[in-house]
Design a protein around this ligand. Structure first.
Ligand code: TRP
Length: 363
């Protein structure tokens, strides 16, 4: 049987996921979510808060649930529109987790072991990837190995064709494509091969250490929250690292480059370009760059705080909204799962209550 992709004129569905954290940073916003919001104008979009991925190494049930909810609110505040877009929390859609098992049976263990993220994260732990240590300190969760299978299930459950992610996810996307291809080849066409949508997005670094990507995990000095208050934003920009030794001529130092990136990302590209020229000409006053960048970020974060307050005012029953989104997502993922089960030759799910057999005594 040769699986063929149905010729479709409908533009491919967009899918992406974000880790739940209690704070959405401007790095998350400029690096991903702003682009997600823009894509809503062009395509049907599905966005997910990946709490099941975050479960790996979490150990804080209340914190995880709070973070998932907070990320959901942050996404709405940042412009993801639940009337046009399905935005949901991963654990509300068990169909996806089940698809993860079906796909796991088609996944090569060797491929998973070769994933850079797995190798890096498991090597960070004292025991290393090879150990099957039982003590907490060197425990390497199998979830870390399985991470990309669940990610593939996320994407494929929605038969998404386009996945906007950073370069660091391209290996995971390659695995997703391989799984789609293998499934289609063995069982018949079901999954479009998801393309990585590499947008021109700015890479935002930590202002305290501009050689490292802005991340919550580095500590509060290293990130700026999308809803952060003015004083705190100004303080972080004022103390931003600018020079790190002598730069070859014609190159900006990482700290200056990062501030220029931030200024440009806030919609002041021309000003950022002019300041870059001044820097290269040796006439830029760092206080001016910092002042303008701080102003631009303060304007952004205060607008975002207002929008967040609007969301909380508008969404009077957040849990109901989360469940409404879950239903929409489940119906999409459920349709795919039903076909996957059927094509693979397993039974449909039981109903969770006794099934009336034909010839039974009652109705
Ligand atoms: N692994 C992604 C990250 O760390 C998050 C993610 C989970 C994701 N599932 C996804 C991204 C599906 C795109 C599609 O950023």
């Amino acid at each position: 049987m040769t699986p063929t992709a149905p010729s479709s004129t409908r533009p491919a569905r967009v899918y992406s996921g974000i880790q739940p954290t209690a704070v959405m940073t401007i790095g998350n916003y400029f690096g991903a979510v702003k682009n997600w919001a823009r894509l809503q104008d062009e395509r049907e979009c599905v966005y997910c808060v990946v709490d099941l991925h975050a479960l790996i190494g979490s150990g804080d049930p209340a914190g995880l649930r709070r973070a998932s909810r907070e990320m959901f609110v942050s996404l709405l505040a940042a412009g993801i529109d639940p009337d046009r877009t399905t935005v949901y929390i991963q654990s509300t859609v068990p169909e996806q987790t089940e698809l993860c098992w079906l796909l796991a049976t088609l996944t090569s263990l060797g491929d998973l072991g070769r994933m850079t993220q797995f190798k890096e994260k498991s090597a960070l732990l004292p025991g290393g990837a090879a150990e099957s240590a039982t003590d907490e300190g060197s425990f390497v969760s199998a979830g870390l190995l399985f991470y990309p299978v669940l990610q593939a299930a996320d994407i494929l459950a929605y038969r998404a064709g386009c996945v906007p992610v950073g370069q660091d996810q391209s290996q995971h996307l390659e695995l997703s494509r391989g799984l789609a291809r293998r499934f289609n080849g063995r069982f018949g066409f079901l999954f479009p091969e998801p393309e990585t949508l590499l947008a021109r997005i700015p890479k935002v670094m930590s202002t305290a250490d501009p050689t490292r990507k802005m991340s919550k995990s580095l500590g509060p000095r290293h990130y700026i929250g999308l809803f952060e208050d003015e004083d705190s934003v100004r303080r972080k920009i004022r103390s931003a690292v600018t020079d790190s030794g002598v730069m070859p001529s014609g190159r900006t130092s990482p700290g200056i480059a990062n501030l220029l990136t931030l200024l440009g990302a806030c919609g002041h590209e021309d000003e950022a370009a002019a300041m870059r020229d001044d820097y290269l000409a040796g006439t830029l006053r760092y206080v001016d760059l910092k002042g303008r960048t701080a102003d631009a970020l303060v304007a952004l974060t205060s607008e975002m705080r207002d929008r967040r307050a609007d969301v909380l005012r508008r969404e009077t029953d957040l849990d109901a909204r989360i469940m409404e989104m879950a239903e929409r997502a489940r119906s999409m993922a459920g349709e795919t799962l039903e076909r996957a089960r059927d094509l693979m030759g397993v039974y449909p799910p039981g109903r969770g209550r006794p099934v009336a057999l034909s010839g039974g005594s009652d109705g």
